[in-house]
Design a protein around this ligand. Structure first.
Ligand code: FUB
Length: 341
């Protein structure tokens, strides 16, 4: 994967999104940024990349993260504050390694940090840790969320104050080892290329935010004719990095296409989908992974994302960045070319 480099097309300066040229943080490697507005500020919950020396492989073993930091800024373009380490794998009784892309949510003055990690059997589960401040620290629950699996939790708060967790990722994210929420073993079974692709999952959260209130359900991603996106449709099918935002009463489900390296999006009328594929939000970045979040602050929408520019292209040493995101009048999102940044 590391060898797969994407050539940068020539960028014209009039496409430059403001603030996008520099990593938000340079003294740590940060990835998979999940941004939220809490207490009027932007808080970002990223993965904390480091060089653990684990060789690269197709399961992503080189993404061997062991803790999380939280960052905040009064507004995009302002000073970024590092609130320090808020959770360490050593403090999570059930987790052994690989703390991947996290997210956070607020409810009734409590803050919840959701994170995937491998358990002692090397199976990804999703955990939750609770704090009194968006800046942490967070105290982990003793067990992962019952019925959770795979990676990349993203928790969306709907306008009616319901919370939904979206999750899942194929390849190293292990989603292919499950059918109907049941673990099938490590055989990595994918549907055939002409069959519907594996679906991202969604579950409503319980009132206490520590559990699923229901069995996770598959999210249908459809093409313009209402047919499911197929396994062989690598340019459009779901890989990992789910995120949901709402704009003009439409739900926008965005995600990474993984081995084709785009952040794509699909829209629908319910938090459960189905969602109809619309296009690309962010074209491939430097580095193999592409992972993002979308947030509105002071009337402006932003795309938080990462690339490997600061590390000179090392896929497992990434840096979070931010660009303005534009919804067009017809509801479509303007595609951002990372090479314009
Ligand atoms: O950072 C580790 C993994 O890489 C994330 O969980 C994926 O979304 C990809 O960005």
């Amino acid at each position: 994967n590391q060898e797969e480099k994407v050539e940068a097309p020539e960028a014209s300066t009039d496409t430059l999104p403001e603030f996008a040229s520099e990593p938000l943080v340079k003294d740590n490697y940060t990835a998979d940024p999940s941004a939220h507005v809490f207490e009027g500020k932007i808080y970002v919950y990223p993965s904390h990349d480091w060089d653990s020396g684990i060789p690269e492989d197709d399961t992503g073993a080189h993404f061997n993260m062991k803790d999380y930091h939280v960052y905040s800024m009064d507004s995009v373009g302002g000073e970024v504050t590092d609130h320090g380490k808020v959770l360490d794998v050593e403090d999570v009784p059930w987790a052994s390694r690989q703390m991947w892309a996290p997210d956070a949510a607020e409810k009734d003055g409590k803050y919840y940090l959701y994170f995937p990690a491998k358990d002692p059997n090397d199976i990804f589960k999703i955990g939750v840790a609770v704090g009194d401040s968006p800046a942490g620290p967070f105290t982990p629950e003793k067990e992962p969320i019952a019925g959770s699996y795979s990676i990349d939790p993203a928790v969306y708060k709907d306008s009616d104050n319901s919370y939904y967790m979206y999750f899942g990722g194929i390849w190293g994210g292990q989603l292919q080892d499950y059918r109907n929420n049941e673990y099938q073993g490590e055989e990595d079974v994918y549907p055939a290329d002409d069959e519907p692709a594996l679906s991202p999952m969604v579950a409503k959260m319980s009132d206490d935010m520590l559990n699923f209130a229901e069995d996770p359900k598959e999210i249908k991603l459809l093409d313009a004719d209402g047919n499911p996106l197929l396994t062989g449709d690598n340019e459009r099918r779901f890989f990992e990095a789910a995120w949901v935002h709402k704009y003009n009463d439409k739900y926008y489900f965005s995600y990474s296409t993984g081995d084709t390296h785009n952040i794509a999006y699909a829209t629908g009328d319910s938090p459960y989908g189905p969602f109809t594929y619309q296009g690309v939000i962010l074209e491939p970045v430097l580095g193999w992974t592409n992972h993002h979040s979308i947030v509105e602050h002071n009337g402006q929408w932003y795309l938080f994302y990462h690339d490997s520019s600061l590390s000179g292209g090392k896929t497992y040493l990434r840096s979070m960045k931010v660009a303005k995101l534009t919804h067009n009048e017809d509801g479509s999102i303007e595609t951002i070319s990372s090479f314009a940044n």
